[in-house]
Design a protein around this ligand. Structure first.
Ligand SMILES: Cc1cc2nc3c(=O)[nH]c(=O)nc-3n(C[C@H](O)[C@H](O)[C@H](O)COP(=O)(O)OP(=O)(O)OC[C@H]3O[C@@H](n4cnc5c(N)ncnc54)[C@H](O)[C@@H]3O)c2cc1C
Length: 426
């Protein structure tokens, strides 16, 4: 009997394969892990973009702790925003007292006015959501500025379905409190998190692949749904009865020979960002008090910085600071990698206090072509049309880009596991 076939060895493929006996995973790259992989560069482990574990499920955490061995449990994350020369506690609306008084009053006034004016209204896009929640000042000077760098599309083109689990709706009493006195952020989405002492985020998952049948370096390049065959770049072809696809949905459509034209059109409108991680080792200790921070200024390309030496101090040589910086462009834009690496070092040096020529001991990068699915307003309808067509042919798109919808690592694994149960029941 032909075994179940899974395309992609990320966490969705992992969760599926561990619960689908006999499954074979075909993975394009030369390692497992997908976006959850960690790269050793210059002696330090850097993830594919800032990853932490903030899952709450005890059984899941127990499994991850067993895999990683030593794990740091950080009770209260230290997170900041860098905004035009100011270091502000994150998120800004809860800590308005960090702003100069005239801006604090302006922001608070706008926020209260907006909440009264829009009470009970349902926003139809992300821009309205922000304006209703935070008012015009914070929307224009923080959220829009950051969206331009991070999502690279106008806020009004984005839906609101991605916000749960990322941004908290504002609570006026907390905002007023934070405008006057320090506010603790124990309630924030990422306040408690876990991270392996060594080996990066991937240490949580590495051991879970043992015993699975994973074929690396097998990039799927052709799918014939009538013949039920997948072909790979190396010229090999396999037959399937059931196929799980965690590869990007637009790639799946592109390689399918018998897909209708209307689905090609639907796939063409799925948008995502690309990510350039610029990873630095700096020969100066304690350059930042934060675990990670966001940079709003338009003239600095870097959007987010994880201070690896704070999150995993034992994995960085003593006396050094390690930084993972993240830069985003849309899928139809391009990075100028060498120029942007240099600029990241120069910009970070300026705002953090190191010399980009003298102090930088290692400067590496990782380019990720599919980083985040952009939650455009038509994303869900486009993706669902494509998914329905494949599912009617015993092909199950799953995972982050498989369904073109953001999921956290625990959700990716759980989605793969749930899919295995669904397939086993058919
Ligand atoms: C920048 C960033 C930061 C994140 N931060 C966090 C965080 O802090 N905490 C958290 O819990 N989660 C985080 N996540 C989410 C988490 O990384 C993902 O949910 C999870 O890794 C997705 O797993 P997946 O298997 O669905 O997809 P992927 O990891 O994308 O796996 C798909 C696999 O398919 C392979 N593939 C692609 N094309 C082909 C082909 N043609 N043939 C064969 N194989 C192919 C790819 O190489 C890849 O290995 C983050 C994600 C990103 C992008």
């Amino acid at each position: 009997m032909t075994p179940p076939i899974i395309l992609g060895a990320g966490l969705t493929g992992l969760g599926c394969a561990r619960h689908l006996p006999g499954a074979v995973i075909y993975e394009a790259s030369n390692h497992v892990g997908g976006h959850a992989y960690s790269h050793e560069q210059g002696g330090v482990w850097f993830d594919e973009g800032a990853h932490i574990c903030h899952a709450k499920d005890e059984a899941w955490l127990k499994l991850l702790y067993e895999q990683a061995g030593a794990v740091r449990r950080i009770e209260q994350s230290r997170v900041a925003s860098y905004w035009h020369g100011h270091w502000l506690t994150y998120p800004v609306q809860n800590h308005l007292r960090d702003l100069p008084p005239e801006l604090r009053i302006r922001a608070l006034d706008d926020l209260v006015t907006a909440q009264v004016a829009h009470q009970g209204k349902t926003p139809s896009n992300y821009e309205e959501w922000c304006r209703y929640q935070y008012g015009n000042y914070l929307t224009d000077h923080f959220y829009r500025e950051y969206t331009d760098k991070y999502w690279r599309v106008p806020m009004a083109e984005m839906g609101t379905d991605w916000l749960a689990g990322r941004l908290l709706p504002s609570q006026l009493s907390r905002i007023v409190h934070g405008a006057i006195a320090p506010l603790d952020e124990k309630q924030s989405v990422f306040s408690l998190f876990h991270y392996p002492e060594r080996g990066g985020f991937f240490s949580f998952f590495k051991g879970l692949y043992s015993g699975l049948d994973v074929r690396l370096g097998r990039c799927a390049v052709r799918l014939d749904t009538r013949a039920r065959e997948v072909s790979f770049e190396d010229g090999s072809t396999v037959s399937y009865r059931t196929l799980v696809s965690t590869i990007p949905l637009n790639t799946l459509v592109r390689i399918t020979v018998d897909v209708p034209g209307e689905l090609r059109e639907a796939a063409a409108g799925l948008r995502c960002t690309q990510l350039l991680c610029v990873n630095l080792r700096i020969g100066k200790p304690n350059l930042s008090a934060y675990d990670w921070f966001y940079i709003y200024d338009a003239d600095i390309d870097v959007s987010r910085v994880k201070v690896t030496s704070n999150v995993a101090p034992n994995s960085v040589p003593p006396g050094e600071t390690a930084l993972q910086t993240e830069l985003f462009v849309r899928d139809d834009e391009a990075f100028d990698i060498e120029r942007q690496k240099r600029k990241a070092a120069v910009d970070l040096g300026r705002i953090m206090g190191f010399d980009p020529d003298r102090d930088v001991r290692a400067l590496h990068h990782v380019h990720i072509a599919h980083a985040y699915p952009i939650p455009t307003r038509d994303r869900e309808a486009r993706a669902q049309r494509i998914i329905d067509w494949y599912e009617a042919r015993s092909i199950f798109p799953a995972g982050l880009f498989g369904r073109w919808k953001y999921v956290w690592s625990d959700q990716a694994y759980a989605g793969g596991k749930a899919l295995a149960a669904r397939i086993a029941a058919t």
